[in-house]
Write a protein that binds this ligand. Structure first.
Ligand code: ASP
Length: 285
């Protein structure tokens, strides 16, 4: 299968019919953004960050500027980025006043000796990141109107560069009207996102339920047990449904550029490019 590759989803959930074309368009643009980085020789991590930052900045998806508000009317964002070959990750949780938490998550991974930061400490780290010039701020704080339709939608991607290195992200505003401080699966390594040197997965849906089956690690475990990628994705969804009766979705990819996706939700806008731009495929779910 051709490398580089990228698979991107815009969240699984009860999408309103009129929002689905918007979700598909944003996911397509995000996929092109990430693929352009890969085509220009960027690493899987560079592409995953660029793709997810696009989705966080577009205002039409439940992440970054479009992230849902909590019960106090405040956006608290969660994000993770995973560097598969090193089993390394950085995550931020319930961070406020930051519009691209994925860049901050990468800073956690690359510029601290820690893996996860939450709340006020994460915001302080963000200020340090900006001061150090690791990333530049284009707009301070959070200004966009919330995206209020649907229920649970998170964004995420998997990228595989020409060296076969896998990177994965997940980024979310979480569920609507969550209590302050609530953190779902999305920034949790193994639950909301996982990658090693061979396989990667990223999930979307009600975090409290996804955590129960450690969904992404479970899906990769099924591959290690001998299932092909699509069977593994389907098996993880089946287990999730059996144990929780809830709705979710996940996408998977391996270091050879193969991909799989599974969801029991009405929609999970997804786009994939393998090798060349003209291979792009777009799926409603
Ligand atoms: N997984 C996210 C959370 O529970 C929600 C979503 O996927 O939309 O925070």
């Amino acid at each position: 299968m051709a490398l580089p590759m990228i698979i991107v989803h815009g969240g699984a959930g009860k999408w309103k019919d009129e929002r689905i074309p918007i979700g598909l368009e944003e996911v397509e643009k995000a996929t092109r953004t990430g693929f352009a980085v890969l085509e220009n020789g960027g690493t899987a991590l560079d592409a995953a960050e660029a793709c997810t930052v696009y989705m966080e900045s577009c205002g039409n998806l439940n992440a970054g500027l479009g992230g849902r508000y909590n019960v106090d009317g405040v956006r608290e964002l969660d994000a993770i980025i995973v560097d598969g070959p090193n089993l390394n990750s950085g995550a931020v949780m319930a961070v406020k006043g930051v519009q691209n938490p994925t860049s901050l998550a990468r800073y956690v991974m690359e510029h601290t000796e820690y893996t996860q930061f939450a709340g006020e400490g994460a915001k302080r780290l963000y200020d340090r990141m900006i001061t150090e010039g690791y990333r530049q701020e284009t707009e301070p704080g959070i200004t966009a109107q919330p995206f209020t339709t649907g229920t649970n939608d998170t964004v995420g991607c998997i990228t595989v560069d020409t060296e076969g290195r896998i990177a994965v992200t997940s980024s979310t505003g979480g569920i609507s009207k969550k209590l302050p401080g609530r953190v779902g699966d999305s920034p949790i390594f193994g639950a909301g996102a996982y990658a090693d040197d061979v396989n990667g997965a990223t999930a979307t849906g009600m975090g409290e339920h996804i955590i129960r089956v450690v969904m992404c690690r479970t899906a990769v475990h099924y591959v290690e047990q001998g299932q092909d990628l699509q069977s593994a994705a389907d098996s993880a969804m089946k287990l999730f449904e059996e144990k929780t009766g809830s709705e979710a979705g996940l996408v998977m990819a391996n270091c050879e550029g193969e991909f799989a996706k599974a969801t029991n939700a009405k929609a999970m806008p997804t786009a994939v490019i393998q090798g060349t731009l003209d291979s792009m495929k777009i799926f409603k779910r």
